[in-house]
Write a new protein. Structure first.
Length: 121
């Protein structure tokens, strides 16, 4: 699938969700990965947001930030719920992890948008 086909937000959110779930499942079996959930999870939110911004260079910066929030936060929400359901994190992590990844997604969305506009010059 090329970067120009499909809905950029949906593709970034799905990819971010897949990566978050992979992190959660691997962390369930590998304690050292679980110890890095906050860092890896927040980073994955930023990556998902950056991809949303990169894959939609025609968006304004505000929209890129909003779509970065959605792309980064949606995967984290699903990942933290799964992690909670399998007993790896307390309920509070659902809000904290989703918020941190959503915030990273905002930053990533803006950075991705800026990089995309540089490439299109």
């Amino acid at each position: 699938m090329s970067a120009q086909t499909g809905n950029p937000l949906a593709r970034a959110a799905v990819l971010g969700t897949v990566l978050q779930v992979l992190m959660v499942v691997s962390g369930h079996f590998i304690p050292s990965v679980a110890g890095l959930f906050p860092i890896i999870g927040t980073g994955l939110g930023g990556v998902a947001g950056a991809l949303a911004g990169l894959w939609a260079p025609d968006r304004g910066v505000g929209r890129a930030a909003g779509e970065g929030l959605i792309a980064g936060g949606s995967g984290a929400l699903i990942g933290t719920i799964i992690s909670h359901l399998i007993g790896d994190v307390p309920t509070s992590v659902i809000a904290i992890g989703t918020g941190a990844s959503g915030a990273a997604g905002v930053i990533g969305g803006v950075v991705g948008r800026m990089l995309a506009s540089r490439d299109s010059r």
